[in-house]
Design a protein around this ligand. Structure first.
Ligand code: OAD
Length: 236
């Protein structure tokens, strides 16, 4: 065990080999659904039923998915390092693979909350977040406070309550690893810039990700193969 810290930023690509689709690849989720309708705060107020149905579908998909070798290898880094996983994913595959410190920047699909909480009305308190597992949530399903339940997801157009925590973890890292994200959604996409000078940054993705940042060492492989290569590099 070293006293080094690794910050791992993940996106949909790390779960692709578990059968969960990405958002922006060809055939990705946003080819079939308009994110402004199903994953934005405006979309929620326009048509709550449609948004609830979309996340009911996402919960059903997750129920049948399993962590893949990339999730398991990320969890295994904890044998030698202090590891902070910062994920944009709303699935629970990092936790199911054994990662013990996971920050969900964009929320969690297995959780819900009354629509008037965890926002600026209550100072982003997570006190009334409920676990629903893989169950459906319908229009008319209410929290004990009588308010409609909504997915515990950071919709487009909403603040990212865990951003400060994520920045702090990246700033403390000795090694930064990015896996399976197109780096197209801010503020998550800019997080790696908080890595201290001299901290090596690796990015695993089969496609070239345009960062224009010469510090980033790209491993052009799918997550499972890229993680094997990353771990071999750590041992060099
Ligand atoms: P994207 O769909 O934008 O990007 C997925 C990335 O994964 C792409 O760069 C792919 O090349 C890569 N990829 C595909 N298959 C892969 C594999 N097997 N191994 C490794 N990489 C692979 O997804 P994100 O960047 O995660 O937000 O998207 C960010 C946010 O946009 C999401 O959290 C979601 C979405 O709208 C919310 O819903 C709030």
């Amino acid at each position: 065990m070293t006293d080094k810290r690794i910050a791992v930023l993940t996106g949909a690509g790390v779960s692709a080999e578990s059968g969960l689709g990405t958002y922006r690849d060809n055939g990705g989720l946003w080819d079939s659904y308009d994110p402004m309708e199903v994953a934005s705060i405006e979309g929620w107020y326009r048509n709550r039923g449609k948004v609830l149905d979309f996340y009911n579908m996402e919960r059903r998909k997750l129920k049948d998915a399993k962590p893949n070798r990339a999730h398991l290898l990320i969890a295994s880094l904890e044998n030698d390092y202090t590891v902070d996983v910062i994920t944009q994913n709303v699935d629970n595959l990092h936790e199911r693979a054994g990662s013990t410190h996971v920050v969900h920047l964009h929320g969690e699909v297995t959780k819900v909350r009354p629509e008037n909480t965890c926002n600026d009305e209550d100072g982003f308190s997570e006190r009334s977040v409920f676990d629903v597992g893989y169950d459906e949530v319908k229009l008319g399903d209410k929290a004990p406070n009588g308010v409609q339940l909504r997915p515990h997801i950071v919709f487009f157009g909403e603040a990212v309550p865990k951003l400060e925590q994520a920045i702090d973890l990246v700033a403390r890292a000795d090694i930064m690893l990015i896996v399976g994200t197109s780096l197209s959604v801010y503020p998550a996409a800019g997080l790696y810039r908080y890595a201290r000078a001299g901290v090596p940054i690796y990015l695993i993705d089969p496609k070239e990700v345009n960062t224009f940042d010469k510090r980033i060492h790209q491993i052009r492989k799918v997550a499972t193969e890229g993680m094997e290569e990353f771990i071999a590099l750590l041992k060099d």
